[in-house]
Ligand binder design. Sequence first.
Ligand SMILES: NC(=O)c1ccc[n+]([C@@H]2O[C@H](COP(=O)([O-])OP(=O)(O)OC[C@H]3O[C@@H](n4cnc5c(N)ncnc54)[C@H](O)[C@@H]3O)[C@@H](O)[C@H]2O)c1
Length: 264
Amino acid sequence: MTPELQGKVAIVTGAAAMLGRAIVRAFVQAGAQVLAVDIDVPRGEALAAGLGARCRFVACDIASDAALDALVAGALGTEGRIDFLVNNAVVYGDAGLDAARADWLAALNVNLVSGAMLVQKTTEALAAQGGAIVNMGSVGGKFGAAGRALYPAAKAAILQLTRNQAASLAPRRVRVNSVSPGWTWSDALSRMTGDDRALADRVGAPMHPLGRVGDGDDVAQVVLFLCSDAARFVTGADIPVDGGFSMLGPDQGRSARDWFESQA
Ligand SMILES: NC(=O)c1ccc[n+]([C@@H]2O[C@H](COP(=O)([O-])OP(=O)(O)OC[C@H]3O[C@@H](n4cnc5c(N)ncnc54)[C@H](O)[C@@H]3O)[C@@H](O)[C@H]2O)c1
């Protein structure tokens, strides 16, 4: 059942790409007014044009404090309130252990610090509504991966930061949770597969017991749930939206006997 968010206002960052668009669409369908935030102006404007009056695109670099101040002031000026914040924007560039200091700081700035700044700048408005924040985690923040460091370190930090934010803001009745997708059909997966969804599902199936990669809307519905009144007593939690990816160990859920028999 779609939650009823009529009259409520959501800010969604990283809104112009496939996953962000799915989140924006889900909030619009639930009746919310959405400020869709991104640096990608053509795709952001196309998104807003397709969704009508309930979605407004705001061109904003979340790494700029001045831009975040303008975003929050603009939201309060035009909408009069902010109920939900979804910190979804990301940069994937990651040279792993070879990354220079400047690369580390740039990646953490967008992937971790900017969301924290936006939480800080929206706290008053969210507290006035008993609002909710959802930070985007990832299975990438939970397991080792050769060749990567910047992205997974930021994602792991987000899961911890979510708990700190939740504890700090609970007295003000602002709930803070995270969502951790597995492989999700997105711009990145589309590029890697030559836009072949069946290939993505086939390669992803052994890692995702439900047998496919995720859809943006699989993630969006859980974000929506966490912002809805149905989740009114949920804070400081991480919800995996990964088709079972994170419940498996390296044995992929198969017993030793099963592995040995399959080698015989
Ligand atoms: N795609 C997946 O398989 C997957 C898996 C797990 C978690 N996630 C998480 O989901 C979220 C979305 O991922 P995605 O795959 O859609 O990423 P993406 O790279 O396709 O989209 C990210 C969006 O963020 C925007 N952005 C980047 N820097 C920005 C800035 N400084 N200011 C404003 N906007 C900025 C980009 O323009 C882009 O539209 C991320 O938090 C990611 O970690 C994705």
